[in-house]
Design a protein around this ligand. Structure first.
Ligand SMILES: [Zn+2]
Length: 410
């Protein structure tokens, strides 16, 4: 099953936060629910855990475990046990380092792949291993080796390679048969090669255009046949945008595919960052011209709500949290942004609905990226997470605060 890339990035970010939490005792609960989990047996297990926890010696730990279990049960009731298609993972526990300040958090994760087994842990740290496994992604690269007589199309998935197509042209060799004029022979040869490049191009289009997780395509071959191919092949513009490099190879069969892989390891490593760099550079250029970009929380939120934001960029290092409340009377969601995670301890989790003036219920803690994705949901705005592994990414975080938007108009 293919996993949505943004979903994986979001999950990576969320897991980073979840892993930071440490319980003072064995009091952090991780619950993995497959989509077909049975409501009554899950609720019964949680109730049983609450009664069993009465045996916990430390009064503080007992209180915390029971508090966490109740938070989970309340949450499951709140969503009426409607589990997402892939299941649901809940992490709950008392994470405040100050015993007098209670802060039982609840974090929810929708797994990118379907859960098959129900799992329950109560430990001093949250259990994320089953989710960690789901997010080890393998980048996919398209590989083409070509000259006038032969072409091989392959794909590299993580570390394994596969041949997807092999074509030969029938273009005659360099030595003409007697009787033909040299010029005419050369023209025929060129024409046959062009036809061959077109044929291979069509095949390349059909193989790669909708390939999930494709990060880039590398073209290899001897001499300048690569350039001729790119020139004559009628490649789909989406495929053209994917060409990340050209590599000289001696062969145009499976050996040539291996040559590409060996010669482009640096190129392959860089590629993940190419898109990111381009995006940040576009953002910086627009900011410098004071045109189609803006940054800062208020500016970005305003642009988003007015439908002006085309793409929102969020730095991986931006560790703001958003507390989500819901009004029990009008069901409106109310959000509080916490820009300094250490202030979470101070938060009372109390909020009034501005319309109904009743106490809103605390629902969950969201990552700021997740929150923006939720708000951007119906605005057709793309929310992109950018790393700080490139110089551009560092600049974006340090100079622009890690939150910016490319605008459709000003
Ligand atoms: Zn209300």
């Amino acid at each position: 099953m293919d996993v949505d890339e943004n979903q994986v990035l979001l999950l990576k970010k969320k897991l980073k936060i979840i892993k930071q939490y440490k319980g003072q005792g064995t009091q952090l609960i991780s619950l993995y629910l497959p989509p077909d989990a049975d409501r009554s047996s899950v609720m019964k297990q949680l109730t049983d855990e609450i009664s069993q926890s009465a045996n916990i010696k430390s009064q503080q730990t007992r209180k915390n475990v029971q508090g966490a279990l109740r938070r989970i049960m309340n949450y499951l009731k709140q969503i009426d046990f409607k589990l997402p298609e892939t299941g649901l993972v809940l992490f709950s526990g008392e994470v405040s380092p100050v015993p007098s300040k209670s802060n039982i958090i609840l974090m929810e994760v929708v797994p990118p792949k379907r859960l098959t087994t129900k799992l329950y842990w109560c430990d001093s740290a949250f259990h994320t291993a089953p989710l960690d496994e789901m997010i080890t992604t393998e980048d996919v690269f398209g590989l083409i080796v070509i000259d006038k007589r032969e072409a091989t199309i392959g794909v590299l998935r993580g570390k394994s390679q596969e041949i997807l197509g092999h074509e030969t042209s029938g273009v005659p060799g360099k030595f003409r048969a007697g009787g033909q004029s040299a010029a005419r022979f050369e023209r025929l040869r060129e024409k046959a090669a062009e036809d061959f490049f077109k044929r291979v191009g069509d095949k390349v289009n059909s193989i790669f255009v909708n390939m999930p997780k494709l990060k880039g395509i590398i073209v290899g071959g001897p001499g300048n046949s690569k350039e001729f191919f790119l020139e004559h092949a009628d490649l789909d513009h989406r495929i053209k945008d994917m060409i990340i490099g050209k590599v000289d190879t001696g062969y145009t069969d499976e050996t040539g595919i291996k040559e590409i892989i060996n010669r482009s390891s640096e190129l392959l490593k860089e590629v993940g960052f190419v898109k990111e760099r381009n995006l940040i550079n576009k953002f910086i250029t627009q900011v410098a011209k004071d045109q189609l970009a803006t940054y800062g929380y208020t500016e970005v939120m305003t642009a988003l709500k007015l439908g002006k934001a085309e793409t929102i960029l969020v730095s991986e290092d931006l560790d703001w949290l958003v507390i989500k409340y819901q009004c029990p009377s009008c069901k409106k969601n109310i959000f509080d942004i916490v820009k300094d995670a250490s202030l979470m301890k101070e938060t009372s989790f109390e909020k009034k609905c501005p319309d109904c003036d009743v106490d809103a219920e605390f629902i969950e803690e969201l990552d700021v990226y997740e929150y923006l994705t939720e708000v951007a949901g119906n605005m057709g705005t793309q929310v992109v997470l950018v790393s700080t592994e490139t110089q551009e990414g560092k600049t974006f975080f340090e100079t622009f605060g890690g939150l910016g938007a490319l605008l459709r108009y000003r």
